[in-house]
Structures are given as structure tokens and as C-alpha cells.
Design a protein around this ligand. Structure first.
Ligand code: ADP
Ligand code: MG
Length: 315
């Protein structure tokens, strides 16, 4: 299958014509028309086989992941994703594989109303780079820098599930708990609805990709504050508790691949949060408080908890 056929067969879709896409796939570049009164938000993340996902997982999971990780970044800015581009590197043009990839990609894209507006297709090691463009009302984006002493620290969903799922996938563990955790690793659900609802409520926010403790550290450093946190308040899933027992807390703090949102919030806005979060499927939990100073102090059952620095570093 040649490059042009691959693009027209799997990626150029009539349903991706939309009023804010003046020109999509097919020319030298795309032409977009954002509405006035919004800031444009741009996020790019790459995934590579062997680094971000193991070889041999379903093509649909790879298609889902390359978009999900970028939707998660846009969500963490409190923005609405609108468009994306895809640079795909393939060792060969296997129609079954590319078809599966496109199915995973577009089922997530369609749920979030993002349209593919261009990209590139090359031969090389398996990997994909996606750029998502989105919009947020002018001045409403939530940055990492706004956390203030006294703010609560919150996290969505069940951190730790994804890393457990990745390990269980490698081990080939059977059973319904293992299947649920594997799903959390293979098909992370970007918290787009949640992030958008937090515009004007959260004081600072980021998405958790490298592990909750490490990513929270980035938010605290960017805001110039410290934090006190209680590991017993971590929203651990029943599946994670059952399969990982005493390691569950460490999974949640250092695992990564969660694609949950971690944010801070003034206590005055907690009632507002309860209102907007009532319908969130993944839930949200308060795990600590911002304090003056620097760094995070974690406690477990009243005792100081040392969090190992196990974050993956590319170089
Ligand atoms: P050029 O040679 O001008 O860079 P290409 O042949 O790479 O153009 O791409 C032709 C058109 O197809 C362009 O509009 C490009 O954005 C689009 N395109 C290429 N690969 C992809 C892809 N994987 N997904 C979506 N659009 C793609
Ligand atoms: Mg060209």
C-alpha cells in the first residue's frame, strides 16, 4: 500500500469537514479558523514503541494512546480540544494494523469532537507524534503556577491503576481485576470534561503522566509552594488494592501513565467543585494541602513516607 492510498483510506474522512476547518488533509498545510475571544492551546507529545508502550499491543490501543496523551495535556490547561495532526512512523504499511490504529484513534477523536487536519506518514520504527490544538476563553487557561498556601490538592480517578496494568500485561496475569487494570493502561481516558469544568475554579493544574509524586512536585515548584499530603487519602481502586496490596500506594505515587488531573483549589471553591464534579465518572479526591515553602511531605498512617524517585528519564 503506497503512502497516498494509506492516507486517503485510513485518515482522510468526509466527516472531518467542519466550519472551523477551512482546509484539511490534502494540501501543503491546513487552514483553521478559530473563533474570536478564545486563546489557542497547542500540545505535542510523541509515543514510541518500547518506550511508551510495549511491542505487540493492539493497534487500536496505539491509536488511542497517541491522541489520549495529548488530549490529557489540553485538558490540563482547562481547554476544549478541537483539531489534531498526526505524524506516523511505521515499519511497514500493514493494512490490518493501520486499520486497527485508525479505529482506536477515531473512536476517541469522535467522542471528543476533535478532527484530524493533517500530518505525515513515514517508514521507520513504530511511533506517532500528535499535536492537538484547542481553545480556551481568553485568560481562562489554568497553569501550573497558581497554587497558594491553604489550597487543597486534588486528583481525579484512580492513580496507580495504569502502572499495575502495564506490569500485569507483561506478566500475563489472568482474571477480571487484572483485565480492568490492563484496560486502564491500554486505553487511558483523558479527563477533558473535568479539565474544562475546572476553568476559573482550579488555581493550578497539570496532568499526571510521570507519576503523581513527581508531577505534583513540578506544580509545586512552578507555583513556589510546598505541600503536606496524606497517602491514606489516595483514591486507590479496589482492583489495585486487591492485586498490589501494600505496593498500591507506591504504584499511585510513582507509577505514571495515569493521565489523571492533579489540581489545587481554594477552600472557598470546594462547594463549586462538588457541584461540577457530581457527574464525573472517575470521581475526584482531596489528598493534601498547599503550604508555604517548597517540596511535598507525604505521610502514611501518621508516619513520614519517603517517596522513591523512580521516574522514567529518557536521557
Ligand atoms: P507533503 O509532501 O506536502 O508534506 P504529504 O504527502 O506528506 O505532503 O501529505 C499529503 C497530505 O496528507 C497533507 O495534507 C498531510 O497533512 C496529509 N497527511 C499525511 N500523513 C497524514 C496522516 N498520517 N494523517 C493525516 N494526514 C496526513
Ligand atoms: Mg507539500
Amino acid at each position: 500500500m503506497d503512502e497516498r492510498t494509506l492516507i486517503t483510506t485510513y485518515f482522510a474522512r468526509p466527516q472531518d469537514r467542519r466550519a472551523d476547518v477551512i482546509l484539511g488533509i490534502g494540501d501543503d498545510a491546513a487552514l483553521l479558523r478559530p473563533e474570536p475571544g478564545f486563546d489557542l492551546v497547542v500540545a505535542t507529545d510523541s509515543i514510541a514503541e518500547g518506550t511508551h508502550f510495549p511491542a505487540g499491543i493492539a493497534a487500536a490501543a496505539v491509536g488511542h494512546r497517541c491522541l489520549a496523551v495529548n488530549l490529557s495535556d489540553v485538558a490540563a490547561m482547562s481547554a476544549e480540544p478541537r483539531w489534531f495532526s498526526l505524524a506516523l512512523s511505521l515499519p511497514n504499511a500493514d493494512p490490518a494494523w493501520v486499520g486497527g490504529f485508525a479505529t482506536g484513534l477515531f473512536s476517541l477523536a469522535d467522542r471528543h469532537g476533535v478532527v484530524l487536519i493533517g500530518g505525515d506518514t513515514v517508514r521507520g520504527p513504530l511511533g506517532a507524534t500528535v499535536t492537538v490544538l484547542g481553545r480556551v476563553k481568553a485568560e481562562r487557561a489554568v497553569r501550573r503556577t497558581g497554587a497558594r498556601p491553604g489550597d487543597g490538592i486534588w486528583v481525579t480517578g484512580n492513580p496507580g491503576d495504569a502502572v499495575a496494568g502495564r506490569l500485569l500485561l507483561a506478566e500475563g496475569t489472568e482474571g477480571s481485576d487484572a483485565a480492568a487494570l490492563r484496560q486502564r493502561f491500554l486505553y487511558p481516558e483523558p479527563r477533558v470534561q473535568e479539565g474544562r469544568a475546572l476553568a476559573g475554579i482550579a488555581s493550578a493544574m497539570l496532568d499526571v503522566s510521570d507519576g503523581l509524586a513527581d508531577d505534583l512536585g513540578k506544580l509545586l515548584a512552578a507555583s513556589g509552594v510546598g505541600a503536606e499530603l496524606d497517602a491514606e487519602q489516595l483514591p486507590l481502586s479496589p482492583e489495585l488494592r486487591r492485586l498490589r496490596g501494600s505496593e498500591a500506594v507506591e504504584c499511585a505515587l510513582t507509577g505514571g501513565d495515569d493521565y489523571e488531573l492533579c489540581f489545587t483549589l481554594s477552600p472557598a471553591d470546594e462547594a463549586h467543585l462538588r457541584e461540577v464534579s457530581a457527574q464525573w465518572p472517575a470521581g475526584v479526591a482531596r489528598i493534601g494541602t498547599v503550604v508555604p515553602g517548597s517540596g511535598a511531605r507525604w505521610r502514611l498512617r501518621g508516619q513520614p513516607l519517603a517517596v522513591p524517585d523512580t521516574t522514567y528519564r529518557h536521557f
